[in-house]
Design a protein around this ligand. Structure first.
Ligand code: CA
Ligand code: CA
Ligand code: CA
Ligand code: CA
Length: 254
């Protein structure tokens, strides 16, 4: 049985900005993508304690029932989707209030997506004061979000969206299914790619695991430099998503 992950513990005292307010602050008038047409997708990648990369700032586990996940990327006509299924023994979201779009998302159970939209493999994506070509996007297990370090700060619900749905496993643990969708603008692309051309960018994904409240206990990446996996784009994975194979005028491409 699946249920929406809307609960959160009381006591989160940090300042949050809700989605409606953030939309006003952003002052943007771009059309919200519909994500109605799937163009292409990657295979499903499995990430676990052995083949993943642990962020050196946190702890580790050997138990895939404690933390492991699978994910794939989907190219839509109007942006990129990331679907991830996380296995976790305890779900905790005590630091982020539901509906918040600038919360300390890295302290709770979450999925983080990282885009190197200009594909330059920078050693520090935040160097130079915040001109992002992509950046970091986080969705917490209770639906809270953060994209402060990205091309679409506080853009959740408008320029990017996501859902998190949990279901209990027979062993008492949880599966949490995340469905995230990003406009081309959030990848930091100069222009939206044509339907018939492939799109290539650097990508990484991380799941933070909080099992006991307070700070996260561990963070497991697909790829990367363990010392700074969220900022060092040189360690990201290379992703190429094919186009439709049809030009706008209807002729097939070779
Ligand atoms: Ca866990
Ligand atoms: Ca957890
Ligand atoms: Ca903790
Ligand atoms: Ca927490």
């Amino acid at each position: 049985m699946a249920e929406a992950t809307g609960s959160h513990a009381a006591g989160a005292a940090r300042t949050c900005v809700c989605a409606a307010v953030a939309a006003l602050l952003s002052g943007c008038a771009t059309q919200t993508p519909r994500f109605a047409t799937v163009v292409s997708s990657t295979p499903v990648h499995e990430v676990g304690p052995v083949n993943g990369v642990w962020d050196a700032e946190y702890g580790k586990t050997r138990d895939p029932a404690n933390l492991s996940y699978s994910f794939r990327l989907i190219r839509y006509a109007d942006g990129i989707g990331v679907r991830a299924k996380v296995r976790d023994d305890v779900i905790v979201a005590d630091d982020c209030r539901e509906g918040c779009v600038t919360c300390p998302s890295w302290d709770d159970d979450n999925v983080q997506c990282f885009f190197d939209g200009d594909n330059d493999g920078a050693r520090d994506s935040r160097a130079g004061g915040g001109a992002f070509y992509g950046g970091e996007y986080t969705l917490v297990a209770n639906g809270a979000a953060n994209s402060d370090f990205s091309s679409c700060p506080r853009g959740f619900g408008d320029k990017w969206t996501g859902t998190a749905v949990r279901s209990q496993r027979p062993d008492g643990g949880w599966d949490v299914e995340y469905d995230l969708r990003f406009s081309w603008e959030c990848l930091g692309l100069v222009r939206a790619p044509r339907d018939d051309e492939p799109v290539a960018f650097g990508f990484n994904i991380c799941v933070h695991d909080d099992d006991d409240g307070g700070r996260a206990d561990r963070a497991l990446y697909w790829k990367g430099n363990p010392e700074m996996p969220y900022r060092d784009e040189s360690g990201f994975g290379a992703v190429v998503l094919n186009g439709s194979g049809k030009k706008k005028n209807g002729r097939k491409t070779k």
